[in-house]
Design a protein around this ligand. Structure first.
Ligand code: PDD
Length: 281
């Protein structure tokens, strides 16, 4: 496949793609993004991703610089011209270029970039690598529903996880309330009920989270979108994460303690199987 980038309508090789130094995304982290999976050459759940992009942009008082229909067409051509069958599309909208000033610039046109990368998702449950996780205080801001490109707390937490030999950090707020992971939503089976933090400003409303909730409903598995704390997490019989990039991944240890004997547990396994049926169709 060809690695292509799209910068405000102009297409070039990803390796040669450049943006201006004074772009506010670069200077202030003033922008929002989306990661959209590509399966069989098609963007997966595009509409919800574009809706969330719009919501994120509104959350920082920024306009998306192109109509959604135009964005959809550009995404389709970028994927086609890249000849990408399996991968992901990264999309970012920043407030554009202006002389550095904290004050929002008036009259600056936001800048939009996209690029496509190949990515091979696991094809069997055995190929999925279960995650070792650590728990960390959630040091992010209080508008986590905005998919902002300001990801330093997530990046540092992911780094601490790696230092501890883990692949993901699960965040908790004061009182031990579990929110989500650095780049994933968190699910736990507690007393036979699947729990995940409710949609709120404290988490990103994940598209994969939404798909998982629909599938659990279809499977008649009891679910409660009710926050749980670290103590509940410690007694969970199954824990898994969801995200566009990694899909549904079981958690094997939390703070070095094994979650359960069999990983993935039965609910997580059924969920992965159902998820793959959607992907196939
Ligand atoms: N991360 N929570 C956070 C903090 C995230 O960054 C993400 C996604 C999710 C899962 O959302 P979704 O299912 O819509 O991908 C939850 C993306 C993939 C990333 O930053 O790479």
């Amino acid at each position: 496949m060809k690695r292509l980038a799209w910068i405000n309508g102009a297409v070039c090789d990803l390796a040669e793609a450049v943006v201006p130094l004074e772009d506010r995304g670069y200077l202030f982290g003033d922008g929002v993004y989306e990661v959209i999976k590509i399966y069989n050459g098609k963007p997966f759940y595009l509409r919800p991703h574009l809706d969330r992009l719009q919501k994120s942009a509104s959350g920082i008082a920024m306009e998306i610089p192109y109509p959604m229909e135009k964005i959809k067409q550009e995404i389709a051509s970028l994927i086609e011209n890249s000849a990408c069958k399996g991968g992901y599309l990264y999309m970012q909208v920043t407030r554009g270029s202006a002389k550095r000033d904290h004050l929002l610039p008036g009259g600056t046109r936001p800048s939009m970039v996209m690029y496509v990368r190949e990515y091979n998702s696991p094809a069997t449950i055995e190929e999925i690598k279960p995650l070792n996780c650590i728990t960390l205080p959630d040091e992010r801001w209080l508008n986590c529903y905005i998919k902002s490109i300001n990801l330093l707390p997530n990046v540092m937490a992911r780094h601490k996880a790696a230092d501890a030999g883990a692949q993901e950090a699960i965040f908790y707020r004061s009182g031990g309330t579990v929110t989500e992971g650095t780049r994933t939503n968190t699910f736990a089976v507690i007393d036979g009920v699947v729990r995940t933090h409710p949609e709120s400003k404290l988490i990103l409303s994940g598209i994969t989270r939404m798909i998982a909730l629909d599938l659990l409903d279809k499977l008649n598995i009891p679910v409660s979108e009710e926050a749980f704390n670290l103590e509940d997490l410690g007694k969970a019989s199954e824990v898994w994460t969801t995200s566009t990039g990694m899909e549904i991944v079981p958690v094997v240890t939390i703070d070095k303690r094994a979650v359960s004997e069999s990983v993935p547990g039965p609910i997580c396994r059924s969920l992965i199987e159902e998820f793959w049926k959607i992907v196939e169709n």
